[in-house]
Each structure stands twice: as C-alpha cells, then as structure tokens.
Design a protein around this ligand. Structure first.
Ligand SMILES: Cc1cc2nc3c(=O)[nH]c(=O)nc-3n(C[C@H](O)[C@H](O)[C@H](O)COP(=O)(O)OP(=O)(O)OC[C@H]3O[C@@H](n4cnc5c(N)ncnc54)[C@H](O)[C@@H]3O)c2cc1C
Length: 393
C-alpha cells in the first residue's frame, strides 16, 4: 500500500495550495479530486484577489492586512494570471456611503497595504466620467477610484496544482474519497478511481473539500469534530455587453448590498447574491430571483443595459460560501478561514472550512505549520512565495 506524508481531499484552490505547500516542504503528497480541478467553488467566485475593502466596516483588519499582503505576492509570482485593475465606486445623492467615508476606508486600506503604489486612490475628475462605460450620471456626485486585482480562479487553481506536480506531488483525478480510518500515527484512506477501490496511508489527511467538507469529515472513523457551518449561495450572471474601463463596486438598488460589475472575457460579469442554502452542494444553481436582483443592478447603474432581461444572460453560475453558523446576515459574518484538527498536538486530520480565494497561500502555509509536528523532517524544495505560477497549458 502506498504511503504518503500528506493526502489532500479536494482540488479547489485550498487543496491545490496545501498540495503545493506540502510538496515545497519536501513531503510526499497526493491530491484526490472527484471531478476536475476547480470544479467546485473555485471556478464560481467573483474572481477577485483583493484585500476586501468592505471587511473594514466589520473590523476584520487582520484579514484585510493578510489579504493585501497576499495580493502583493500574487502580483509578483502570478503576473500571468492576476492583474491589478481600477475599481470605481460611484456615489449618488442617495448612496449610503459618502465620499469622505469611502476615502477614510481607502486610506485605512492603503495603510494596511503598506502604502505601496497599488494602494493609491482618488476621485475620477468629472470630465472623465464619459469614459466610464455609460455609467448613470444623473444624481452622480463623485466617482472614487482605487485598485484591486482580478484573476481567473479556475486557471489559478490549475496553475498551483501544476506547480505542485512539478515539485513531485501526485494527483488522483477523477477519484472520490470514500472513507478513512484513524490509527495512532496515521490515516488509512480509501478512495474510488476508475471503478476500483484504492487504498493508501497518510501521516496527515487534509480535508479541503469546500462545501463538501462536512460530508468528507463525517466519513472518518473514529468520529472527529466538525465545525458548525452554514452554506450561503452566491450567484453570478454574464451579460453579452462589455464594460471595459474597470470594475464597478456599487450598492444594490434593492437592498444596498455591495455588488461588482466586472469586465470578463469581452462581456460583463455581475455578482453576487447571498441566499441561505440547505440542499446538496452538487445541486446549487442561480435562482430566477437572484438573476433578477443582479439584472436590476445592471439596469439601475448602466442605462445602456436598461432593456436587458433574463433572456440576455449568456452564462450563469452559483457557488457556496462556507460560513460559521450564526443568525446574523451572511454579509456581516466573518470571512476568516476555520481550521479544525482531530486532536492536538499531533493532528492526523486537518479540515479547512470557508476562507477566500485570495488567502489560499497563507491558508496552506498555516496548515503546514499546524501539521508539521505530525510529519517527518524532510529537506525543503522551495518556498511558495517564490514559486512563479504560470498560465496552465
Ligand atoms: C459567490 C462567491 C464569490 C466569491 N468571490 C471571491 C472573490 O472574489 N475573492 C476571494 O478571494 N474569494 C472569493 N470567494 C471565496 C472563494 O471562492 C472560496 O473560499 C474558495 O474557492 C474555496 O475553495 P476550496 O478549495 O475550499 O473549495 P472548492 O473550490 O469548493 O473545492 C472543493 C473540491 O472538493 C472536491 N470534492 C468534494 N468531495 C470530494 C470527495 N469525496 N473526493 C474528492 N474530492 C471531493 C470538489 O469536487 C471540489 O473540487 C467567493 C466565494 C463564493 C461562493
């Protein structure tokens, strides 16, 4: 039976990141992915590598600082995949956040980002408003411009796995984790591949199965702690008319939530929503009312989109956020990643719940730190903040 230091379940951005970090630290490692790389949440995000400006309002300063640091690292190591873009926040007479509040927030954002060139911000002069993709100017008082980054989430995930494979990591795909049994110092892992039941052992099993993580965790014997989480659906739509100047960060005319209107492969991507989800993660799909909600944003801010209906939508997708269970609105809940170990100090299983696309590398580094006590010392092969990520072939 094959023995690995680390076996990872789930080929989303977190599984990819842990695979790469474990391989870079010199460990033998296997990734088990059921369908395809980034086939879950990691191809259905808003595709932003960002500090998360709005998290300042809920006081998540550590998260914003870490995310801005990760953004800077991405711009250096993944320049083929991550691009700094102008973001525009239009302020109308009835917009909730006033220009001075936004500027104060952006000043804090710049402070947490170390005041580097990418953190510059300011008002777009009125004479430049006509270049803003037909943005509604009636009642417009100011347009604030700052910068954040956009990527292709699925390509980024594949690039990280490609990097891990070049360091000697192995990939079983399509292959589905079915169960695991804990012994004193190891984990016996069973998975299905090509209709056969395969077995291997791991010193540590990392559960990076995204919204399926509670299900994967419950297939481990003896039972391990599984955090209490809620799934919250987020939908996006694509409209066949491009915005090109940058990414618009607007308030929904329906409920004031923040929504992004973004250039995407020559079209416009709009998202997202927050709808509590209780079904099977496999079955998530955009609801008609979510599509109407997002169309209302397009129609409200871009009079040129005024005629658009659901029939004009060329692409639609929904993903699931994994958030700590709570009664408050999803929008206000912590976006910090939850890590759970089966035991301390020598974990055999480590689960990753929630988190951000932006934070995958930092999350993977944290996982490696937590599980290193359970792993044999190996000669390090590389450092993940130095490994250049190439656009996958
Ligand atoms: C609507 C929305 C918008 C978002 N926008 C952003 C954003 O703009 N910027 C940002 O930083 N973050 C964003 N996020 C967060 C980010 O997308 C997620 O944190 C991240 O993609 C989660 O990745 P993951 O690897 O944990 O899970 P996933 O990508 O879901 O990966 C889990 C994988 O596990 C596999 N799997 C499941 N069960 C098994 C099994 N039994 N055996 C083998 N494999 C299995 C699945 O097939 C899947 O590929 C957004 C999230 C949502 C929902």
């Amino acid at each position: 039976m094959k023995q690995y230091d680390v076996v990872v379940v789930g080929g989303g951005i977190h599984g990819a990141g842990v695979l790469q970090a474990a391989a870079a630290a010199g460990h033998s490692t296997l990734l088990i992915e059921r369908l395809g790389l980034a086939s879950g949440t990691s191809s259905r995000s808003s595709k932003l590598i960002h500090g998360g400006l709005r998290y300042l309002e809920s006081g998540q300063f550590a998260l914003v600082r870490e995310s801005l640091r990760e953004r800077a690292i991405h711009l250096r190591i993944a320049a083929e995949l991550v691009e700094l873009k102008p973001f525009f926040i239009p302020v109308y007479r009835d917009t909730r956040r006033r220009p001075w509040q936004l500027k104060l927030g952006l000043w804090m954002y710049a402070l947490l980002g170390g005041f580097d060139a990418s953190t510059r911000f300011g008002a777009v002069p009125k004479r430049e408003w006509p270049s803003l993709d037909g943005l509604k100017t009636q009642g417009l008082e100011a347009v604030i411009r700052y910068h954040d980054a956009q990527t292709d989430d699925a390509l980024l995930t594949r690039a990280v796995v490609q990097s891990a494979l070049s360091l000697g990591a192995e990939l079983a795909m399509p292959a589905s984790f079915t169960r695991a049994t804990l012994t004193e110092d190891a984990v016996a892992v069973v998975y299905d591949q090509n209709g056969s039941s395969m077995e291997c052992t791991a010193r540590v099993l990392v559960n990076a199965a995204g919204p399926w993580a509670p299900h994967v965790g419950s297939a481990i014997q003896p039972a391990i702690p599984i955090p209490d989480v809620d799934l919250v659906q987020g939908a996006h739509i694509v409209l066949p008319f491009p915005v090109t100047a940058g990414i618009y960060y607007v308030e929904s005319p329906t409920d004031g939530r923040a929504v992004f209107v973004m250039p995407w492969h020559g079209a416009t991507l709009i998202g997202t929503t927050e709808t509590p989800y209780r079904g099977e993660p496999d079955k998530v799909h955009p609801l008609p009312e979510e599509e109407e909600y997002l169309l209302a944003v397009a129609r409200h801010y871009f009079p040129g989109f005024g005629h658009l209906t659901r029939e004009h939508i060329t692409q639609r997708f929904a993903g699931l956020r994994v958030l700590p269970a709570a009664t408050q609105a999803a929008f206000d809940r912590s976006r910090e990643t939850i890590f759970t170990a089966d035991r301390e100090p020598k974990p055999r299983v480590l689960g990753i719940y929630g988190g951000k696309l932006t934070g995958w590398r930092a999350a993977a580094a944290h996982v490696l730190e937590r599980i290193s006590v359970s792993l044999p010392a190996r000669p390090r092969r590389a450092a993940t903040d130095q490994l250049i990520l190439r656009r996958p072939l």
